[in-house]
Design a protein. Structure first.
Length: 286
Protein backbone atom coordinates (compact mmCIF):
# COMPACT_ATOMS: atom_id res chain seq x y z
CA UNK A 1 0.00 0.00 0.00
CA UNK A 2 1.30 3.46 -0.87
CA UNK A 3 1.35 6.43 1.49
CA UNK A 4 0.53 8.82 -1.35
CA UNK A 5 -3.14 9.18 -2.22
CA UNK A 6 -3.69 8.30 -5.88
CA UNK A 7 -5.34 10.69 -8.29
CA UNK A 8 -8.95 9.63 -8.83
CA UNK A 9 -10.41 10.93 -12.08
CA UNK A 10 -14.16 11.11 -12.64
CA UNK A 11 -15.76 10.52 -16.01
CA UNK A 12 -19.29 9.89 -17.20
CA UNK A 13 -19.64 7.21 -19.87
CA UNK A 14 -22.10 6.76 -22.73
CA UNK A 15 -22.78 10.48 -22.86
CA UNK A 16 -21.21 13.79 -23.87
CA UNK A 17 -22.89 15.55 -20.92
CA UNK A 18 -21.28 15.20 -17.47
CA UNK A 19 -24.79 15.16 -15.98
CA UNK A 20 -25.82 12.18 -18.14
CA UNK A 21 -24.65 8.62 -18.57
CA UNK A 22 -22.94 6.57 -15.88
CA UNK A 23 -20.21 8.10 -13.69
CA UNK A 24 -17.06 6.07 -13.14
CA UNK A 25 -13.90 6.58 -11.21
CA UNK A 26 -10.58 6.06 -12.99
CA UNK A 27 -7.21 5.60 -11.27
CA UNK A 28 -4.61 5.59 -14.03
CA UNK A 29 -1.78 4.50 -11.72
CA UNK A 30 -2.79 2.00 -9.03
CA UNK A 31 0.80 1.03 -8.19
CA UNK A 32 1.03 -0.06 -4.57
CA UNK A 33 -2.70 -0.08 -3.90
CA UNK A 34 -3.89 -3.27 -2.20
CA UNK A 35 -7.39 -4.72 -2.53
CA UNK A 36 -8.73 -3.06 0.62
CA UNK A 37 -7.47 0.34 -0.47
CA UNK A 38 -9.00 0.02 -3.93
CA UNK A 39 -12.32 -1.09 -2.45
CA UNK A 40 -12.19 1.81 0.01
CA UNK A 41 -11.59 4.33 -2.79
CA UNK A 42 -14.51 2.89 -4.78
CA UNK A 43 -16.78 2.96 -1.73
CA UNK A 44 -15.85 6.55 -0.88
CA UNK A 45 -16.46 7.67 -4.45
CA UNK A 46 -19.80 5.83 -4.50
CA UNK A 47 -20.05 5.25 -8.24
CA UNK A 48 -21.15 1.91 -9.69
CA UNK A 49 -17.52 1.12 -10.49
CA UNK A 50 -14.04 2.56 -10.30
CA UNK A 51 -11.27 1.26 -12.58
CA UNK A 52 -7.70 0.81 -11.31
CA UNK A 53 -4.87 0.54 -13.87
CA UNK A 54 -1.34 -0.80 -13.94
CA UNK A 55 0.93 -0.56 -16.97
CA UNK A 56 1.16 -3.73 -19.04
CA UNK A 57 4.02 -5.00 -21.18
CA UNK A 58 3.05 -3.11 -24.33
CA UNK A 59 3.11 0.62 -24.88
CA UNK A 60 -0.70 0.88 -24.91
CA UNK A 61 -1.42 -2.17 -22.75
CA UNK A 62 -2.82 -2.10 -19.19
CA UNK A 63 -3.97 -4.34 -16.39
CA UNK A 64 -7.38 -3.18 -15.14
CA UNK A 65 -9.40 -4.07 -12.05
CA UNK A 66 -12.92 -2.85 -11.33
CA UNK A 67 -14.40 -2.24 -7.89
CA UNK A 68 -17.96 -1.33 -6.96
CA UNK A 69 -18.63 0.13 -3.50
CA UNK A 70 -19.11 -3.43 -2.15
CA UNK A 71 -16.97 -5.78 -4.24
CA UNK A 72 -14.66 -6.37 -7.17
CA UNK A 73 -16.31 -7.30 -10.48
CA UNK A 74 -14.52 -9.09 -13.35
CA UNK A 75 -15.50 -6.61 -16.03
CA UNK A 76 -17.30 -3.29 -16.31
CA UNK A 77 -18.19 -1.72 -19.65
CA UNK A 78 -18.88 1.87 -18.66
CA UNK A 79 -15.69 2.13 -16.60
CA UNK A 80 -13.80 0.65 -19.57
CA UNK A 81 -15.16 3.35 -21.87
CA UNK A 82 -14.34 6.02 -19.27
CA UNK A 83 -10.83 4.61 -18.83
CA UNK A 84 -10.17 4.47 -22.57
CA UNK A 85 -11.21 8.08 -23.05
CA UNK A 86 -9.15 9.20 -20.04
CA UNK A 87 -6.10 7.43 -21.49
CA UNK A 88 -6.71 8.82 -24.99
CA UNK A 89 -6.78 12.35 -23.61
CA UNK A 90 -3.26 11.74 -22.30
CA UNK A 91 -1.62 9.45 -24.88
CA UNK A 92 -3.81 10.08 -27.93
CA UNK A 93 -6.60 8.14 -29.66
CA UNK A 94 -5.88 4.69 -31.05
CA UNK A 95 -5.84 1.07 -30.03
CA UNK A 96 -5.61 -0.11 -26.42
CA UNK A 97 -5.41 -3.59 -24.91
CA UNK A 98 -6.90 -4.05 -21.44
CA UNK A 99 -6.27 -7.17 -19.38
CA UNK A 100 -9.35 -7.59 -17.18
CA UNK A 101 -10.57 -10.23 -14.75
CA UNK A 102 -12.70 -11.62 -17.59
CA UNK A 103 -9.90 -11.70 -20.17
CA UNK A 104 -8.39 -9.46 -22.83
CA UNK A 105 -10.56 -6.54 -23.98
CA UNK A 106 -9.34 -4.53 -27.00
CA UNK A 107 -10.57 -0.94 -27.11
CA UNK A 108 -10.38 1.51 -29.99
CA UNK A 109 -10.67 5.25 -29.31
CA UNK A 110 -11.48 7.69 -32.10
CA UNK A 111 -12.23 11.40 -32.34
CA UNK A 112 -15.94 11.96 -33.00
CA UNK A 113 -17.77 15.20 -33.82
CA UNK A 114 -18.60 15.71 -30.12
CA UNK A 115 -15.41 14.35 -28.57
CA UNK A 116 -13.68 11.03 -28.00
CA UNK A 117 -15.58 7.79 -28.57
CA UNK A 118 -14.49 4.34 -27.39
CA UNK A 119 -15.43 0.94 -28.81
CA UNK A 120 -14.70 -2.10 -26.66
CA UNK A 121 -14.69 -5.64 -27.98
CA UNK A 122 -15.97 -8.12 -25.41
CA UNK A 123 -14.55 -11.46 -24.45
CA UNK A 124 -16.30 -14.32 -26.24
CA UNK A 125 -19.89 -14.38 -24.92
CA UNK A 126 -22.31 -17.15 -24.13
CA UNK A 127 -25.98 -17.43 -23.21
CA UNK A 128 -27.41 -19.77 -20.57
CA UNK A 129 -30.93 -20.98 -19.77
CA UNK A 130 -32.79 -19.95 -16.64
CA UNK A 131 -35.43 -22.05 -14.89
CA UNK A 132 -39.09 -21.10 -14.55
CA UNK A 133 -38.62 -21.11 -10.77
CA UNK A 134 -35.76 -18.61 -11.03
CA UNK A 135 -37.80 -16.36 -13.32
CA UNK A 136 -40.75 -16.46 -10.93
CA UNK A 137 -38.50 -15.59 -7.99
CA UNK A 138 -36.93 -12.67 -9.86
CA UNK A 139 -40.35 -11.37 -10.93
CA UNK A 140 -41.65 -11.54 -7.36
CA UNK A 141 -38.65 -9.54 -6.11
CA UNK A 142 -39.24 -6.95 -8.85
CA UNK A 143 -42.98 -6.81 -8.16
CA UNK A 144 -43.65 -7.89 -11.75
CA UNK A 145 -45.91 -10.61 -13.16
CA UNK A 146 -45.50 -13.25 -15.87
CA UNK A 147 -48.00 -11.32 -17.98
CA UNK A 148 -45.57 -8.38 -18.07
CA UNK A 149 -43.00 -10.37 -20.04
CA UNK A 150 -42.44 -10.18 -23.79
CA UNK A 151 -42.85 -13.75 -25.06
CA UNK A 152 -40.65 -13.02 -28.09
CA UNK A 153 -37.67 -12.25 -25.83
CA UNK A 154 -37.45 -15.18 -23.38
CA UNK A 155 -35.52 -14.93 -20.09
CA UNK A 156 -31.89 -15.97 -20.33
CA UNK A 157 -28.57 -15.30 -18.61
CA UNK A 158 -26.16 -13.50 -20.90
CA UNK A 159 -22.41 -13.33 -20.40
CA UNK A 160 -19.81 -11.15 -22.12
CA UNK A 161 -17.42 -10.68 -19.21
CA UNK A 162 -20.04 -10.74 -16.45
CA UNK A 163 -23.38 -12.52 -15.93
CA UNK A 164 -26.69 -10.67 -16.44
CA UNK A 165 -30.25 -11.99 -16.27
CA UNK A 166 -32.24 -10.64 -19.23
CA UNK A 167 -35.94 -9.97 -18.61
CA UNK A 168 -37.95 -8.21 -21.34
CA UNK A 169 -41.33 -6.55 -20.78
CA UNK A 170 -44.11 -5.61 -23.16
CA UNK A 171 -44.52 -1.92 -22.26
CA UNK A 172 -42.32 1.07 -21.54
CA UNK A 173 -44.59 1.88 -18.59
CA UNK A 174 -43.76 -1.44 -16.92
CA UNK A 175 -40.05 -0.77 -17.36
CA UNK A 176 -40.43 2.71 -15.88
CA UNK A 177 -42.20 1.39 -12.78
CA UNK A 178 -39.19 -0.17 -11.07
CA UNK A 179 -39.38 -0.53 -7.28
CA UNK A 180 -37.77 -3.75 -6.12
CA UNK A 181 -36.74 -5.66 -2.98
CA UNK A 182 -33.12 -4.50 -2.67
CA UNK A 183 -31.88 -7.05 -0.12
CA UNK A 184 -33.91 -9.91 -1.58
CA UNK A 185 -32.71 -9.27 -5.12
CA UNK A 186 -29.12 -8.93 -3.90
CA UNK A 187 -29.34 -12.39 -2.31
CA UNK A 188 -30.95 -13.86 -5.44
CA UNK A 189 -28.21 -12.42 -7.65
CA UNK A 190 -25.35 -13.39 -5.35
CA UNK A 191 -26.50 -17.02 -5.33
CA UNK A 192 -26.36 -17.05 -9.15
CA UNK A 193 -23.27 -14.86 -9.60
CA UNK A 194 -25.28 -12.22 -11.46
CA UNK A 195 -23.83 -8.72 -11.70
CA UNK A 196 -27.01 -6.97 -12.88
CA UNK A 197 -30.46 -7.68 -14.21
CA UNK A 198 -30.82 -6.44 -17.79
CA UNK A 199 -34.44 -5.23 -17.89
CA UNK A 200 -35.56 -4.46 -21.42
CA UNK A 201 -38.36 -2.94 -23.48
CA UNK A 202 -38.09 -3.24 -27.26
CA UNK A 203 -39.05 -0.11 -29.19
CA UNK A 204 -38.15 -1.62 -32.57
CA UNK A 205 -36.04 -4.44 -34.02
CA UNK A 206 -32.85 -2.47 -33.33
CA UNK A 207 -33.80 0.05 -30.60
CA UNK A 208 -34.19 -0.91 -26.94
CA UNK A 209 -34.71 0.80 -23.60
CA UNK A 210 -32.93 -0.88 -20.67
CA UNK A 211 -32.52 -0.62 -16.90
CA UNK A 212 -30.03 -2.45 -14.69
CA UNK A 213 -30.56 -3.01 -10.95
CA UNK A 214 -27.17 -3.51 -9.26
CA UNK A 215 -27.84 -4.27 -5.58
CA UNK A 216 -24.92 -6.74 -5.35
CA UNK A 217 -22.62 -3.76 -5.90
CA UNK A 218 -24.39 -1.60 -3.34
CA UNK A 219 -26.09 0.50 -6.04
CA UNK A 220 -29.85 0.60 -6.61
CA UNK A 221 -29.49 1.04 -10.36
CA UNK A 222 -26.69 1.38 -12.88
CA UNK A 223 -27.36 4.37 -15.19
CA UNK A 224 -25.56 2.86 -18.24
CA UNK A 225 -24.19 -0.66 -18.34
CA UNK A 226 -21.72 -1.58 -21.07
CA UNK A 227 -21.07 -5.13 -19.86
CA UNK A 228 -24.80 -5.86 -19.84
CA UNK A 229 -25.14 -4.26 -23.28
CA UNK A 230 -22.53 -6.68 -24.63
CA UNK A 231 -24.27 -9.63 -22.99
CA UNK A 232 -27.59 -8.42 -24.40
CA UNK A 233 -26.19 -8.30 -27.91
CA UNK A 234 -25.06 -11.91 -27.57
CA UNK A 235 -28.48 -12.81 -26.15
CA UNK A 236 -30.36 -11.28 -29.08
CA UNK A 237 -28.21 -13.20 -31.54
CA UNK A 238 -28.71 -16.44 -29.58
CA UNK A 239 -32.53 -16.18 -29.48
CA UNK A 240 -32.69 -15.18 -33.16
CA UNK A 241 -33.89 -11.62 -32.58
CA UNK A 242 -30.91 -9.85 -34.17
CA UNK A 243 -29.39 -10.15 -37.62
CA UNK A 244 -25.92 -11.74 -37.87
CA UNK A 245 -24.56 -8.29 -38.76
CA UNK A 246 -26.49 -5.79 -36.64
CA UNK A 247 -26.12 -2.36 -35.12
CA UNK A 248 -28.32 -1.91 -32.05
CA UNK A 249 -29.15 1.19 -30.04
CA UNK A 250 -29.74 1.01 -26.30
CA UNK A 251 -31.22 3.90 -24.32
CA UNK A 252 -30.52 3.78 -20.60
CA UNK A 253 -30.62 6.13 -17.62
CA UNK A 254 -33.67 8.17 -18.67
CA UNK A 255 -35.69 7.01 -15.67
CA UNK A 256 -32.84 8.20 -13.42
CA UNK A 257 -32.47 11.59 -15.09
CA UNK A 258 -29.07 10.54 -16.50
CA UNK A 259 -29.74 9.64 -20.15
CA UNK A 260 -27.12 7.57 -21.91
CA UNK A 261 -26.66 6.08 -25.36
CA UNK A 262 -25.01 2.71 -26.01
CA UNK A 263 -24.30 1.29 -29.48
CA UNK A 264 -23.97 -2.47 -29.79
CA UNK A 265 -22.39 -4.09 -32.83
CA UNK A 266 -22.73 -7.73 -33.94
CA UNK A 267 -20.72 -9.35 -36.71
CA UNK A 268 -21.28 -12.64 -38.50
CA UNK A 269 -17.49 -12.97 -38.67
CA UNK A 270 -16.81 -12.60 -34.94
CA UNK A 271 -18.71 -14.05 -31.95
CA UNK A 272 -17.55 -11.18 -29.75
CA UNK A 273 -19.71 -8.09 -29.24
CA UNK A 274 -18.69 -4.46 -29.74
CA UNK A 275 -20.02 -1.71 -27.46
CA UNK A 276 -19.48 1.93 -28.38
CA UNK A 277 -19.98 5.10 -26.40
CA UNK A 278 -18.63 8.54 -25.62
CA UNK A 279 -17.27 9.67 -22.27
CA UNK A 280 -16.62 13.06 -20.73
CA UNK A 281 -14.69 14.35 -17.73
CA UNK A 282 -16.85 15.38 -14.78
CA UNK A 283 -15.80 18.81 -13.55
CA UNK A 284 -14.34 18.83 -10.06
CA UNK A 285 -17.08 21.17 -8.82
CA UNK A 286 -19.79 18.58 -9.53
Amino acid sequence: MTDTAPEVLRYSAFTTDPAGGNPAGVVLDATGLDDATQLGIAAELGYSETAFLLRGEGEREYQVRYFSPLMEVPFCGHATVATAVALAERIGPGELLLHTGAGEVPVSVTEGPDGLVATLTSVEPHVLPVTDEEVDEALALLGWARGDLDAALPPRIGYAGARHLVLAVTTRERLAALDYDFDGLARFMTERELVTLQLVWRESKTVFHVRDPFPVGGVVEDPATGAAAAAFGAYLREVGEAAPDAELTLHQGYDLGRPGLLRVGLSAEDPRVRVTGAAVRIPDAE
